[in-house]
Ligand binder design. Structure first.
Ligand code: PGA
Length: 249
């Protein structure tokens, strides 16, 4: 049985005061949830704050990116070891905003994925097609290519150390979520492709959905057989909404 997982992606939002109010309410709201995992991925400067507030609670914390290198002359970069120092267990890799705005490619995302697994961090590896790609019926080609960038390169054993996130770009930040059926179709495709390499790993890996998740649509999405939770952007900044989504899981 796969444990459900809900991850909040705060993106570039927050302040020390706002984070404290948000995280305190989330921690309180999910205190009695023991059958699923709840994670917040915060901006780098707030990792220490997340650690001090969430340590010994059932909320885990992580980052939104990492360097593929361990150290060196890389101004502005943050290494896997630095995230481990702050108690992170998760890190988002290859988010569409980084693929689009920061020139992330399949190769650079795969290298970050590998760096994360080497450091015993769980990468939340994001994949998804644009609206144009979906309309051209390229969804499986694009998502398959993104998945293969880690599956073929590092093998199913390494992929089993990650969480996969299907985030169609046309649904991220748009108020236009995928329907449960649309998301299920792609999640099932991802799981089958992994099964082609290793059936047991395919059965156990968590594949979460992201893109305009909210308290009203979460349950129907999470009820789908291959959807194991969610990656939540905007609603993760609203403690009540985020707690509702965690409870739906
Ligand atoms: P959204 O963002 O929930 O605001 O659509 C999801 C994401 O970018 O992970």
């Amino acid at each position: 049985m796969r444990r459900r997982l809900v991850v909040g992606n705060w993106k570039m939002n927050g302040s020390i005061a706002k984070n404290k109010a948000l995280l305190d309410t989330i921690i309180d709201g999910v205190r009695d949830l023991h059958d699923s995992d709840c994670v917040v991925c915060v901006p780098y400067p707030y990792l220490a704050q997340a650690q001090s507030l969430a340590e010994h609670t059932n909320v885990a914390w992580g980052a939104q990116n990492l360097s593929s290198m361990d150290d060196g002359a890389l101004t502005g970069a943050v290494s896997p070891g630095m995230l481990v120092d702050y108690g992170c267990r998760y890190v988002i890799v290859g988010h569409s905003e980084r693929r689009m705005l920061s020139h992330e490619t399949d190769d650079t995302a795969a290298a970050r994925f590998h760096a994360a697994t080497k450091a015993d961090l769980t990468p939340i590896f994001c994949m998804g097609e644009t609206k144009e790609e979906r309309e051209a019926d390229w969804t499986e080609y694009v998502v398959g290519r993104q998945l293969d960038s880690i599956l073929r390169r590092y093998g199913p054993e390494d992929v089993s150390k990650s969480v996969l996130a299907y985030e169609p770009l046309w649904a991220v930040g748009t108020d236009n979520p995928a329907t449960p059926e649309q998301a299920q179709e792609v999640h099932s495709f991802i799981r089958k492709r992994i099964a082609g390499c290793d059936k047991k790993i395919a059965k156990n890996i968590r594949i979460i959905y992201g893109g305009s998740l909210n308290p009203s649509n979460a349950k129907a999405l999470f009820d789908m057989p291959d959807i194991d939770g969610g990656l939540v952007g905007r609603c993760s900044l609203d403690a009540k909404a985020f707690v509702k989504i965690c409870k739906a899981a």
